[in-house]
Design a binder for this molecule. Structure first.
Ligand SMILES: Nc1ncnc2c1ncn2[C@@H]1O[C@H](COP(=O)(O)OP(=O)(O)O)[C@@H](O)[C@H]1O
Ligand SMILES: O=c1ccn([C@@H]2O[C@H](COP(=O)(O)O)[C@@H](O)[C@H]2O)c(=O)[nH]1
Length: 208
């Protein structure tokens, strides 16, 4: 099998990374694609109390185990299966279960800080950045974190002001310059998605 095509998708929290990845997936053969969420590589925090876990800065690159992710990408590129960690946002901790991932033709890496690590950038064939203004991202995050991640209005606001917003401007947004394609998520972007899918098919040699 040809070495997998690696696609890295960055962008601020709630900018629409997951949504854009779904749009790309809709145009590819699902059996050929695997998604790896950078969130699943947050460091294990079993030794910390819940009070201490909520004080962690999850928007700083040091909160993620990139050594493990890089070794997993290397493994997939060599044709080996990996056991990907899984993460629980409600407990702010890694889950006990892992997820077996077999090498596929296309591997999509997705996360706010995925383009901060030069090793991951170098392993990626296509780098994307999903862009959306801060206000809209905050509103979408507030709705999502209350509905899906067990948060209160106050906790989302506190976290946003203390870490999410400053870290976005310090660590996430500057990685936009590494992107091959910037996708605006406040406007139609179906042409951008079509171009990305064509490029993937071109690399896979399926564009004839
Ligand atoms: N273009 C859009 N219009 C309206 N809502 C959107 C759009 N894109 C994403 N959303 C919603 O915003 C929230 C965050 O999007 P998501 O794709 O999960 O962001 P991310 O993966 O970057 O955190 C989700 O509830 C999603 O359904
Ligand atoms: O335990 C955790 C781990 C992460 N977060 C927040 O998640 C977002 C990243 O996820 P998106 O889906 O891209 O929004 C990041 O901004 C962290 O603040 C958390 O709250 N708790």
């Amino acid at each position: 099998m040809r070495k997998p095509v690696i696609i890295a998708v960055a962008g601020g929290s709630a900018s629409g990374k997951t949504t854009v990845v779904k749009e790309i997936l809709d145009k590819l053969d699902l059996k050929d694609v695997e998604i790896i969420k950078h969130d699943d590589y947050y460091l294990d925090q079993t030794n910390l109390s819940m009070d201490d876990r909520i004080k962690i800065n999850y928007d700083h690159p040091s909160s993620l185990d990139n050594d493990l992710l890089v070794s997993h990408i290397d493994g997939l590129l060599k044709g080996h299966a990996i056991d990907c960690p899984t993460y629980n946002f409600v407990t702010n901790n890694r889950s006990a279960e892992t997820r077996r991932i077999e090498p596929k033709k296309v591997i999509i890496l997705e996360g706010i800080l995925i383009l901060t690590d030069s090793r991951i950038r170098e392993l990626s064939d296509i780098k994307l950045y999903v862009e959306l203004d801060d206000d809209t991202r905050f509103i979408r995050r507030l709705q999502r974190d209350i509905a899906e991640r067990g948060r209160t209005v106050e906790s989302v606001i506190d976290q946003y002001l203390n870490t999410v917003k400053p870290m976005h401007h310090k660590h996430v947004k500057p990685t936009k310059r590494f992107a091959d394609v910037i996708i605006p998520n406040d406007y139609k972007h179906s042409v951008a998605v079509d171009i990305i899918v064509s490029k993937i098919k071109m690399i896979l040699g399926e564009d004839k």
